[in-house]
Design a protein around this ligand. Structure first.
Ligand code: ZN
Length: 459
């Protein structure tokens, strides 16, 4: 690893927006939060050198920086404050190299996830990271927040998919860590400090990703179940019997109904059931693989684990099922002011948590709606609750996080901490951990310029 400072690009070469009208789209993200004031400048660099020039100039002037990707974050991390300039990375959206033999790709951070997926699929490769915001979220944001999504069960979180990084440090120094191999035990693996630290230690300027051979076909099924015990048993069997199980998404009744209403489609089953699982398997496109899933589902019905099953007969029909699962992005705006929780709960406790929250939130806050869904295979639940009076949002957060902490869970499983969850970090990180995180911030950004006020303060 070597440190490079490139001074060949001047700040005057970088695109910068200063008109209030043009700046407007950069003042809010998907968390529902927006900036209280119009910021003065939005820089839109197109390569590492331009990015480094902006950071270097900010560093020299002591200007704070808000780093932005696709603005799909739900923790408010990309919302600028009045004393910040914005660096938006959407113009840094190019592929730098693509190794179609070894299956790696190096991209700029502003590449949209879906574009990357489609790009590699054209060459028979597969990037398995997937989530509802795929059409807008950026690879750089996925790395900075260590995104999870629908296929973590099989492929892991973003951390497992990143082979190498290049970052721009707080003083404008470019630090390449452009590793391409899966194995590299040469001391501390510094890239992991930047994965999941939400732009507080450096700005990701390039990413090397690990690809997989493109599966011939994806098989989905929607399963209706009578209770959580059945869900857990179905998961256990699916993991044992469907070697290529890639998703196991759980939706509670109220969520599926809200999703169908939102999409103005009929609920998928004629009757209502307490819980539903949307599962996905990948593999060869042949009758044997299809039969494996069909037999698995038939056995589940026979053993009364499942009460009803929809096995789509076309990719279009499968997409309709996934649209229900992804509808949360469209439901949330109708619940404003809402809170979108993303908690990690041990699977054994997940149902107790849901019951407890459903009861206590509905009782305490009549008129609010509670929707639950999640990636059960990863012990990751999403609870969306709203509308709430803006003044009591923090109280609601304490109620939920207290319950999470009592179960030994995590206050964020995949969305990150940002601004919104920062006051609650202590529920999931002890004092020693928090001190070490602060020390790292001090080390990488002693002047507190990068995404200040997010995740944790530097002292
Ligand atoms: Zn999720």
């Amino acid at each position: 690893m070597s440190l490079v400072t490139d001074a060949t690009v001047g700040l005057e070469q970088v695109e910068v927006l200063v008109d209030a009208d043009l700046i407007q789209p950069y003042l809010q993200d998907a968390s529902g939060q927006s900036a209280q004031t119009v910021v003065s400048q939005v820089f839109r660099p197109k390569n590492t050198q331009e990015l480094a020039a902006v950071v270097k100039s900010c560093h020299a002037q002591g200007k704070k920086i808000c780093v932005q990707g696709g603005l799909t974050g739900l923790a408010g991390g990309a919302v600028p404050s009045a004393d910040e300039v914005v660096i938006n990375l959407s113009r840094m959206n190019q592929v730098i190299d693509f190794d179609t033999v070894g299956g790696t790709i190096r991209v700029q951070p502003g590449m949209v996830l879906q574009q990357l997926s489609e790009y590699v699929e054209q060459q028979g490769w597969y990037f398995p990271m997937d989530m509802g915001s795929r059409g807008s979220c950026h690879i750089g944001g996925n790395v900075a927040t260590n995104a999870g999504g629908n296929r973590v069960l099989r492929y892991g979180t973003m951390r497992e998919l990143v082979l190498g990084l290049e970052v721009v440090l707080a003083d404008g120094t470019i630090m390449p860590m452009l590793n391409y191999g899966l194995k590299n035990n040469t001391g501390v693996d510094l890239k992991h400090l930047f994965i999941g630290s939400e732009g507080t230690l450096g700005i990701i300027s390039q990413v090397v990703l690990r690809l997989f051979p493109l599966p011939e076909r994806r098989y989905s099924a929607l399963v209706a179940l009578t209770g959580f015990e059945q869900v857990v048993e179905l998961l256990r069997r699916a993991r044992g019997q469907l070697a290529e199980l890639s998703s196991f998404e759980l939706m509670w009744k109220s969520y599926l109904q809200a999703a169908a209403d939102q999409l103005k489609t009929q609920a998928p089953f004629d009757a209502e059931y307490p819980v539903y699982v949307l599962l996905e398997m990948e593999g060869k496109d042949n009758p044997e693989t299809e039969a494996l899933l069909t037999q698995f589902l038939e056995q589940s019905l026979e053993d009364e684990l499942a009460v009803d099953v929809i096995l789509p007969h076309s990719q279009d029909q499968a997409k309709q099922l996934w649209d229900l699962r992804d509808a949360i992005g469209e439901i949330l705006p109708t619940m404003k002011p809402y809170l979108a929780f993303d908690v990690g709960i041990p699977i054994a406790q997940a149902n107790d948590f849901v019951k407890k929250m459903e009861q206590s939130l509905s009782q305490r806050y009549p008129g609010s709606k509670q929707l639950f869904f999640g990636h059960l295979g990863d012990g990751n639940l999403h609870l969306s609750t709203g509308p709430h009076e803006a003044s009591i949002l923090e109280e609601v957060e304490h109620v939920v996080y207290q319950a999470v902490a009592e179960l030994g869970g995590s206050i964020s499983a995949e969305h990150g901490i940002g601004r919104i969850k920062k006051p609650f970090l202590h529920y999931s990180r002890n004092e020693i951990e928090r001190k070490q995180m602060q020390a790292l911030r001090q080390l990488f950004d002693p002047n507190d310029l990068l995404n200040s006020g997010r995740v944790i303060d530097n002292n």
